[in-house]
Design a protein around this ligand. Structure first.
Ligand code: UDP
Ligand code: MG
Length: 313
């Protein structure tokens, strides 16, 4: 088995037939062993029944059905967990992505990359202010914060070497950040312009509410990347800073009092002092608790805070 295709499916009734037909056509022409794993994310239309019908026509089609809707990230992650191919390709099932791009992604991957991310270069033409600009801004922020420069993090059409993506645990809206994660682990990441056709059947499952959620997930991810195995360095530095400011303010208040310049009640310094000292101590305690949690995480699961590339006997 060389290739696993993962499809997240949520109420895509009208798209199942053309999607599977096009996938079978493209993959059948490639002369590689493949499987298609469709994850039905608790659809309330007849997507599941359609998939079951298709599985008797396309034997490579495997179906996983969630009891209730768990989100696109969860669907992708269930598919990735089950994938048996050396290469994993994720693709939207609403035909916004073009199955005909898959061979090109694989050629690029064979040049020695671990992740090839699709870039919907021609998306949002004619909607510059309302869609293109916000999307460019979001991708710019993600690139800056993660240090991994891609034009289109949101494109589901991506190809991965399986061992790079298998160990990644995905939460929230995080599937889009797998390339950043892979790069942090030392993987080679690149992007490739792909076709984009607006949806014909059904409607988008997301509204504008996704933007803040994606950015918050990014904050979590970047924080974990930088401080996962040393949270005290983060909380502790701010804690020490706050504590020192508190002491300084306290000393200043006492000096002013002793020199008879100002009484305690005449300056805000004593309040600042108390506040900064309390916040400082709290932050340091946060750091200690975070360290204990991280030790539980690493030690209970036998995880290591490093990735080995070679080791001699
Ligand atoms: N999807 C899913 N679960 C969800 C929402 C979406 O599996 O809760 C799937 C959906 O069927 C589609 C893909 O994720 O294949 C992308 O969703 P959508 O097209 O609505 O997002 P957009 O293209 O508007 O970003
Ligand atoms: Mg879509």
């Amino acid at each position: 088995m060389k290739l696993s295709i993962i499809l997240p499916v949520y109420n895509e009734s009208g798209n199942i037939r053309p999607l599977i037909e096009r996938l079978s056509q493209v993959l059948g022409g490639m002369e590689v062993g493949y499987e298609i794993i469709a994850v039905d994310d608790g659809s309330t239309d007849d997507s599941y029944e359609q998939l079951v019908n298709w599985s008797s026509i396309e034997p490579a089609l495997k179906i996983v059905r969630f009891k209730v809707n768990a989100g696109q990230t969860a669907a992708l992650s269930a598919g990735i967990e089950r994938a048996r191919g050396e290469t994993i390709v994720t693709i939207d099932s609403d035909l916004e992505n073009d199955p005909a791009d898959i061979p090109r992604l694989l050629v690029k991957l064979d040049e020695g990359y671990d992740v090839v991310s699709g870039w919907r270069k021609d998306r949002w033409q004619g909607a510059w202010m309302t869609r293109k600009l916000p999307s460019m801004t979001a991708n710019w922020i993600i690139s800056k914060l993660s240090g991994v420069h891609l034009h289109d993090y949101g494109c589901t059409l991506k190809a991965y070497r399986a061992d790079v993506v298998k160990g990644v645990r995905l939460y929230g809206e995080m599937h889009r950040f797998i390339p950043a994660y892979a790069a942090w682990q030392g993987g080679a990441v690149t992007e490739l312009p792909v076709n984009h056709t607006p949806r014909v059947y059904g409607t988008s499952k997301y509204g504008f509410g996704r933007v803040p959620r994606v950015l918050l997930d990014l904050v979590v991810l970047v924080f974990l990347h930088r401080y996962m195995n040393r949270p005290m360095h983060f909380f502790g530095s701010w804690g020490l800073l706050s504590f020192s400011l508190g002491i300084l303010a306290g000393v200043a208040a006492i000096l002013l009092r002793l020199l008879n310049i100002k009484h305690f009640v005449e300056t805000p310094l004593p309040i600042f002092s108390a506040l900064f000292i309390i916040v400082g101590v709290q932050l340091i305690f946060f750091g200690i608790i975070a360290e204990m949690i991280m030790r539980t995480y690493y030690e209970s699961q036998g995880r290591r805070p490093y990735v080995i590339s070679e080791e001699s006997r």
